[in-house]
Each structure stands twice: as C-alpha cells, then as structure tokens.
Design a protein around this ligand. Structure first.
Ligand code: UT7
Length: 335
C-alpha cells in the first residue's frame, strides 16, 4: 500500500492588511482588548472582487510550485475546505481545478468549518493510500470578511481571509513527510454554537424572507472556547495513542489558530512547552479552514521545523467538528 506524503506547501494572503487600530475606528473595541483576549494584532481582508476561489487558486499554484510541479500537472484529486465557498452551488473546487489546468481531476468542497483542512487532508491521504490517485491538492481557503456582521464586534475582530494548500504524493517506507494517522469527530448537538442562520434550505423552506442579519456568521464564543480546548486536547491524545507517540516526542503542535489562549491551553493540557506550539494568529487572525496550512507555511518559512520531526496538527470548528493529524516534516520549501 502506498503512503501519502507531503510534497509541497503554498500560502496566499489578500493584499489588504487590517490592523487592530483600524478596527478600533469601525467598532467599539481596542487594540488592547483584541490582543489580550485573542492574541491577534492584524489580519487580511480580501478587497471587493476577490473571492475564496481566487485565493484558493493562488495558494494551489504556490503549492504546486513548492512541489516542483507545473500548472496542468497530473493531479487526480483537488479538495477545497471552506466555510465561504464562491457559491452555494456549484462547489468552488471544480473551478479552481480548471484554473490550475488540472484537467479531469475529481474536485469537491468540504464544509467542516475550521476543521475542514484536516478533514480534507484525511480524505486525500485515503485516496492515495487506496491507490486511487497518485497526487492530490488540498486547499483551505476563506473570505470570512464577506460573512462578518458589521454589527458584531466580537466576530469581526477575530476572523481573517487567506488560503493555504498542500500537495500530497505517493511515498514508500519511512520517508519524511509521511502522514501517519488521523482522528476526526463531530457533535451535531452543538450545531447552533457556530452558524450562518440564512442561505440554506432550513431557512428557505420556512417560506419567509431571511432577516438581514441572518446572512452573517454567528458564534457563541465562550461556549465554543471551552469545547475547543477539550476537543482538541482529547482528539490529540487519541491520535498520539493510535500512532504510538508520547507527547514529548512531538516536535511541534500546529493547532487551528482560533485564539492564542486556546492554543496555550491545549498545549498545557498535552504537557507541551509553549516554545513547541506554532502560532501565527498575531499576523493573520483566525482564518478557519485556511488556518493550519497558513501556520505550517509561516513556521516552515521561518525555519522552525527540522526535516523528519514529528508534527501534530489539531483543529476544532463549527458543526461541531474536530480533527487531528500526525505527520513527519518533509524536506520542502513553502512558496
Ligand atoms: O475558529 C472556530 C472556533 N472558534 C473559537 O474557538 C473561538 C472561541 N472563543 C473565543 O476565542 C472567545 O470567546 C472570544 C475571543 C470570541 C471572546 O472572548 P471572551 O473572553 O470569551 O469574551 P466575552 O465574549 O466573554 O466578552 C467579554 C466582554 C464582554 O463585555 P462585558 O459583558 O463583560 O461587559 C463583551 O461585550 O468583552 C466584550 N467584548 C468586546 N470588547 C471590546 C466582546 N467583543 C469585544 C471587542 N472589543 N471586540
């Protein structure tokens, strides 16, 4: 059976940088509140006219380049994890595949909110393990700025836009970059904690027009915070046990960048020193499905990872959903 191996990593951020100081002119908030409660200093919001699919295409192109591949390379599967697809129908992935010249690649979206990238990574790794495809492109891409309510200062200061992507290929033996295992889960009883009330069939089937605010993203932050810490810690422990790693053998924890306090709490629960926790939330905010590949790219560009070291990825999001992945770090340079 072939193994799935990480072969390329790409990242793309929109051009518009939004600082806490700028947000303090738009909402009743302050740089001090945002940094102490979340760890975020700035984030990027896509300018009008730029969509999730646009960011995903750029990140996908960068990941192909990082893997030493040209556009139009033989990639049999493309998955886009996103909460903010270009349209409710069709999926964003086929358009991105076409724009990258991927021919007849299978292409679909995954909607697991902030856990989406880990879900997509698992699906792509399984397709490679099963011998169905030799290469896959997995992209996490978001434009949350398009679903943030101008009346909600709490969500508006947290979320940012961006896209990150990885190329998976077939490997054998113990080569660095190998994806060793996953733990995924959900708890739909918490479906109302994170949601966009309108736009889907639940609202439309009521036969009533949606209230204007119902098209925006909502989150019950305090409840989500507690869930996030518990689920990411539990999922990480489950995965460590299944792959036979002790926590002290993990080189770096790359968690979903939801809140610096959440990341610190998860690291503490796992007994990992803060120096082994990757954080880039200060620079990009919470980018949901794009968060983990953007954190990987940022840390890799800074030379944080040693080739062959063990990485633990863990995420939590709406659904509720959670997911963790174990891999070793390959000898690649992000683009
Ligand atoms: O990515 C998917 C998963 N998402 C998460 O994991 C997010 C998890 N939740 C969180 O990160 C935190 O709950 C938040 C950052 C969203 C909020 O932080 P908090 O410490 O839980 O604050 P809070 O909601 O309890 O609000 C505390 C106070 C309130 O004022 P009072 O009632 O104490 O007077 C809020 O009205 O802070 C106020 N507040 C703000 N003040 C200034 C809320 N948002 C803001 C703001 N600026 N932007």
């Amino acid at each position: 059976m072939p193994y799935a191996v990480l072969r390329g990593l790409g990242a793309h951020l929109p051009s518009r940088r939004v600082t806490n100081a700028e947000l303090a002119t738009l909402f009743e908030t302050s740089d001090e509140w945002i940094t102490t409660r979340t760890g975020i200093r700035e984030r990027y919001w896509a300018p009008p006219g730029q969509s999730t699919g646009d960011l995903a295409t750029e990140a996908g192109r960068a990941a192909l380049k990082s893997a030493g591949l040209d556009e139009g390379a033989d990639v049999g599967l493309l998955i886009v994890a996103t909460t903010t697809p270009d349209h409710l129908c069709p999926g964003t992935a086929p358009d991105v595949a076409a724009r990258l010249g991927l021919g007849k690649a299978a292409a679909y979206d995954i909607a697991a909110v902030c856990s989406g990238f880990v879900y997509a990574l698992e699906a792509a790794a399984n397709a490679i393990r099963a011998g169905r495809v030799e290469r896959a492109l997995v992209i996490g891409a978001e434009t949350y700025s398009t679903i943030l309510s101008p009346n909600d200062r709490t969500t508006s200061v947290i979320f940012g836009d961006g896209a990150g992507a990885v190329v998976l290929g077939c490997g054998a033996g113990d080569e660095p970059g190998r994806l060793l295992g996953f733990d995924l889960g959900s708890d739909g009883t918490g479906k109302d904690l994170i949601r966009i009330p309108a736009g889907g069939s639940r609202q439309r089937s009521s036969g009533l027009p949606a209230a204007e605010d119902d098209h925006y993203f909502t989150m019950q932050g305090k409840k989500v915070f507690a869930y996030a810490v518990r689920r990411m810690s539990d999922s990480s422990r489950t995965l460590l046990e299944s792959v036979g790693w002790q926590a002290d053998q993990v080189g770096h924890l790359v968690g979903h960048q939801a809140n610096l306090r959440i990341l610190r709490a998860v690291a503490e629960q796992l007994g990992l020193d803060a120096s082994r926790t990757v954080t880039n939330i200060d620079k990009v905010g919470n980018t949901s499905a794009a968060s983990i590949p953007l954190a990987l790219a940022d840390a890799a560009a800074a030379g944080t990872f040693r080739t062959g070291e063990r990485l633990l990825l863990t995420a939590f999001g709406g659904g509720l959903t959670w997911g963790s992945a174990a891999l070793t770090w390959p000898d690649i340079v992000p683009v």
